[in-house]
Write a protein that binds this ligand. Structure first.
Ligand code: GDP
Length: 247
């Protein structure tokens, strides 16, 4: 367990630092809770692209999702009693037009979870990652001070065939503010070797490092046709309810 104070993203949208991130950040801010499921067959079948967030417990996954979506509590809903071992789905896109789903998978490796529950959950996660048809990409959170753990490696092996077939993959090195520049560079190069063709990005919720970049990457994954479209010029920081998004 970390002794550091909880990092709280603001509930209002952050002003993107780069024009290219205006649309992705506005899109991220449309995130809303969709549903929660304890078992795979309880998940709704969807034909929209889905991006799964996975990571060891305490890696910074909830904080990262909350920071990307600029919603204080969104992913902490996944930490409410009774929901910690659920797959929680969040919808992205203009109200009524979900164009992407974010899937927050339970953090693994938490010591206090009974062994049987751990094994059951590893199985549910593996089945989800291997069989979810609309899965477009996987984002793995990793605390670079600990590096990839044994459970991360197992998960990497599970998804490797799908990544080789074209599934998008990103490793986010969280809590980058805790590393010096030299340590960040070293962590990046190690993770790049392990990512097997996937991307690696440094991220700090505290310093808002990497937020725009990750939002833009996820936008590009799920909007390939518009990925190169110029973003609207930033006139003012987006309001609480962002402007209509480009199709
Ligand atoms: P999860 O279990 O993977 O969802 O992890 P949390 O999002 O709950 O984060 C675990 C701990 O790491 C909390 O104490 C957070 O405040 C802290 N944390 C998360 N992101 C950052 C960050 O970017 N910088 C720092 N310094 N701490 C962070």
């Amino acid at each position: 367990m970390s002794s550091s104070p909880r990092v709280s993203p603001t509930s209002t949208p952050a002003a993107p630092a780069t024009p290219a991130a205006v649309t992705p950040m506005g899109w991220m801010h449309t995130a809303r809770f969709l549903t929660t499921a304890a078992q795979l067959h309880h998940l709704p079948e969807m034909d929209t692209p889905e991006i799964a967030f996975v990571g060891r417990s305490n890696a910074g996954k909830s904080t990262c999702i909350n920071t990307l979506t600029q919603k204080k509590q969104l992913a902490f809903a996944s930490k409410k009693p009774g929901r910690t071992q659920h797959i929680n789905l969040f919808a992205l896109g203009k109200q009524g037009i979900t164009d992407t789903v974010l899937a927050d998978l339970p953090g693994y490796g938490y010591a206090a979870v009974a062994k049987m529950d751990k094994l059951r959950w590893q199985q549910v996660m593996a089945n989800y990652l291997v069989s979810r048809e609309n899965l477009t990409g996987i984002v793995m959170m990793c605390d670079p001070r600990h590096g990839l753990t044994e459970l991360d490696d197992i998960l990497l092996e599970v998804i490797r065939p799908r990544v080789e077939e074209g599934l998008k993959f990103l490793i986010i090195l969280t809590k980058a503010d805790k590393l010096t520049r030299a340590e960040q560079a070293k962590a990046l190069s190690i993770a790049r070797l392990q990512a097997g063709g996937g991307e690696v990005k440094l991220f700090s919720a505290l310093k808002k490092q990497g937020v725009d970049e990750v939002a833009k990457l996820l936008w590009d994954w799920t909007h390939p046709a518009t990925g190169m479209a110029p973003a609207p010029a930033p006139t003012a920081p987006p309001e609480e309810e962002p402007e209509a998004l480009d199709e």
